[in-house]
Design a protein around this ligand. Structure first.
Ligand code: HEC
Length: 173
């Protein structure tokens, strides 16, 4: 199709080449560009909004519990859950000593009077680790009980490093 010419602009500028839109006659390139650029800025804006929304959802997701792999579930059920419920549960379930409950990931992340007990991914920032290591920066746990074994302490550190994945309760528990 032959290019058409636009009417000469008000300012007397030279005619601009027209483009064909759906074969229904041409519209002026400059007009098209205007339209495109306003559409573009709208699109750019939408893209920004979408990107921001995505970032927010990623941000929110980073605090979402990771889905445990079967190995992590096994690890948790053999090394972590029994200690939490059997050893710590005596004082950190109904009693909530120190304001701390230990029966969910959420509760441990929220922590007690002194803030988060577990900082997923960061054992060194986790009060729980300092407490069970009895390294002097926090209470000594389990209170009034023997120190946990080095293996158990290492297991807790590993678990927190992994992001503290908390598998759902087994149906038969
Ligand atoms: C005999 C009771 C008892 C047992 C068992 C016990 N705790 Fe505690 N825990 C307490 C008390 C009481 C506090 C409050 C601080 C204090 O008095 O030392 C506390 C505080 C804590 C805190 C600090 C909470 C805060 O924000 O101040 C953590 C973390 C903690 N316990 C973890 C554990 C873990 C992990 C276990 C199991 C390995 C455990 N505790 C077992 C009684 C207990």
């Amino acid at each position: 199709m032959m290019p058409r010419l636009c009417p000469i602009g008000q300012s007397g500028s030279s005619p601009t080449e027209a483009v064909d839109v759906n074969g229904r006659g041409g519209i002026c390139v400059s007009a098209t560009e205007d339209r495109i650029s306003s559409q573009m800025s709208f699109m750019t804006h939408s893209v920004c909004v979408a990107a921001a929304a995505l970032l927010v959802s990623i941000g929110a997701q980073s605090d979402k519990p990771p889905t445990p792999t079967p190995e992590q579930t096994e690890f948790f059920d053999t090394k972590i859950r029994p200690v939490l419920f059997d050893t710590c549960g005596e004082c950190h379930l109904e009693d909530e000593n120190g304001g701390l409950r230990i029966d969910s990931r959420e509760a441990l992340v929220k922590g007690g009077e002194n803030g988060p007990a577990v900082v997923p991914g960061d054992p060194e920032k986790s009060l729980l680790i300092h407490a069970i290591r009895r390294d002097g920066t926090g209470p000594r746990m389990p209170k009034e009980g023997p120190r946990l074994s080095d293996d158990t302490i290492a297991a807790f550190m590993q678990w927190i490093k992994d992001g503290a994945p908390w598998p759902p309760e087994k149906a038969n528990r």
